[in-house]
Design a protein around this ligand. Structure first.
Ligand code: ATP
Ligand code: MG
Length: 499
């Protein structure tokens, strides 16, 4: 149990470090090394949040760490060793252990020219980015090492660099984005000198690898308040180094249906996706769905209003370009650009037909159609409109289910026209269709009969019947097929509670 002083009171920290995690620091300590938790996990514990990952720091060298943990693996050129522990529920917990490290000067604004691994805990804390990330915690003693008053900043909800912000951002410009990401995630304000330095150093983001930018950007999008994060990025001049096309929506008025500018609408759509806790690709699609309204906006005298023809097509391309530039994996790029490309659909429930729904599914891909519905919800809420009326929504969902199911047809049979011609030596003609439908009727009556063996046997018998009799059986099969179709659709509609 940890007690810490905040002002005049003592605060009891009730979160216990899980034993699979403290095993790592304990092992290091019993081998005579120092070991502390640091970074996000300590910050989380001090706020009463359950940490999602664990970082520790030690005076042991990478080789010494590895010698102590059989199941450890070496990670990167910063000497971090990831130690994998199996927990009781058989999930894995990784503790990343980094040796104390001091850094040489930074001439390229990205990486230290040299890194050395000896030194003291205080030196390691000094090279960390923000005061709230530079607190070390020894859970065995319940003791904090907090040389930069990070605890006070946590209490005041303030994000502040360790030391001079200009110098710290000069060393590694990614920190300007980390500042916004952390402030967004934690709901903290950014201390004023740190803010001024972010604005001053924003353009140095251009020197940072796009993968590192992408990872922080993703983390920001995945917070509870990504809208706040994007607005902050814009105000500090960072957004133009991340997703400049989004910014073009600022001040762009829309047509009569819209009360918000393009910029605000995209942001509100994004925020809705976060409020619903939807996944990254839906959130990105929400953010980008109207990205190309600015360049497609035309005044129509006829409508006496703005039009945005083609913004979906252009937007699909622009979002692809932006996400590729940020090195997102191909899978994410493809799905987001498809969602943006096809976000305009289902305008009028009375007019929409099943074949139109099929076309949408074919275009966007069956795997993405439910996510397209999510983007649609973001679009709507982002316009300031009420949620879709429940009946309409259920009707759309029912139509998607109807369009996605495999139809009742002779295609279900474990025999096809080719095979029938082979066994009967018939040539193509109406007789083949009669046989197929007669077989379908029998299979619909008893699905167990849908085996090639049975169907071949029945085909040979049916082929011997007089043509009139066969025709009658075939027509009965067609009727039965329609009944079966109706019955299946009725089940789907009932499930969705629609007519
Ligand atoms: P999260 O909760 O998202 O993991 P975090 O603060 O733990 O947040 P990480 O990227 O996991 O972020 O980094 C772990 C720690 O390493 C940070 O808390 C910070 O002390 C230090 N750190 C990470 N990136 C930098 C950086 N660019 N410059 C200086 N210190 C950094
Ligand atoms: Mg972390």
């Amino acid at each position: 149990m940890l007690y810490i002083a905040i002002g005049t009171s003592m605060k009891k920290i009730s979160y216990n470090v899980p034993k699979e995690v403290s095993r790592v620091t304990e092992t290091l300590r019993s081998a005579g090394f120092e070991a502390y938790f640091v970074g996000g996990c300590v910050r989380d514990i001090l706020q009463g949040i359950k940490p999602k990952d664990w970082d520790a720091t030690t005076n042991a060298t990478p080789e010494q760490i590895q010698a102590l943990f059989e199941d450890s693996f070496y990670e990167n050129d910063y000497g971090t060793v990831g130690i994998v522990n199996e927990t009781e529920d058989e999930t894995l917990k990784v503790v990343e252990v980094t040796p104390y490290r001091t850094e040489g000067s930074y001439t390229d604004k990205r990486r230290p020219d040299s890194v050395s691994f000896h030194g003291k805990l205080e030196d390691d804390l000094k090279r960390r980015d923000f005061t709230i990330n530079a607190i070390a915690y020894d859970e065995s003693k319940g003791h904090l090492t907090d040389v930069f008053d990070g605890l006070k900043d946590i209490k005041d909800k303030v994000l502040r660099t360790v030391g001079n912000p200009r110098e710290r951002f000069n060393e590694d410009a990614l920190r300007v984005l980390r500042a916004v990401r952390l402030a967004t995630d934690l709901g903290f304000t950014i201390e004023i000198e740190t803010q001024n330095a972010i604005i001053e150093k924003a353009s140095d983001l251009a020197h940072i690898s796009r993968e590192r930018i992408r990872d922080e950007f993703t983390k920001m999008i995945m917070t509870k308040n990504p809208m706040v994060g994007i607005v902050m990025c814009q105000k500090f001049g960072l957004l133009k180094y991340i997703a400049p096309d989004i910014e073009r929506g600022i001040g762009i008025e829309q047509n009569g249906d819209h009360i918000y500018t393009v910029w605000e609408h995209n942001l509100r759509a994004l925020q809705h996706s976060a409020d619903r806790e939807w996944p990254l690709h839906v959130r990105l699609a929400a953010l980008f769905h109207d990205v190309s309204k600015p360049e497609t906006r035309r005044w129509s005298n006829e409508k006496n209003d703005w039009t945005f023809y083609g913004h979906d097509v252009v937007g699909g391309r622009v979002s692809r370009k932006t996400l590729e530039h940020l090195k997102y994996p191909k899978k994410i790029v493809d799905v987001v650009s498809a969602l943006v490309r096809y976000h305009l659909f289902f305008s009028d429930i009375e007019k929409i037909t099943l074949s139109a729904v099929r076309r949408i599914i074919k275009n966007v891909g069956p795997d993405n159609v439910w996510d397209l519905m999510k983007v649609r919800a973001c679009d709507r809420i982002g316009m300031g409109r009420p949620k879709e009326a429940p009946y309409r929504l259920r009707k759309y969902e029912s139509m998607i289910d109807e369009a996605m199911r495999a139809p009742v047809s002779v295609g279900m049979l474990k025999i096809d026209g080719q095979k029938i011609m082979e066994v009967t030596r018939e040539t193509p003609g109406p007789k083949l269709g009669f046989i197929l439908h007669a077989l379908l009727e029998e299979v619909l009556d008893d699905p167990e009969r849908n085996t090639e063996e049975f169907l071949v046997k029945r085909t040979l018998e049916l082929a011997k019947l007089p043509i009139d009799e066969l025709k009658k059986l075939g027509e009965e099969g067609k009727e039965k097929k329609e009944e079966a179709e109706e019955a299946e659709l009725a089940v789907i509609r009932k499930k969705h509670g629609v007519k």
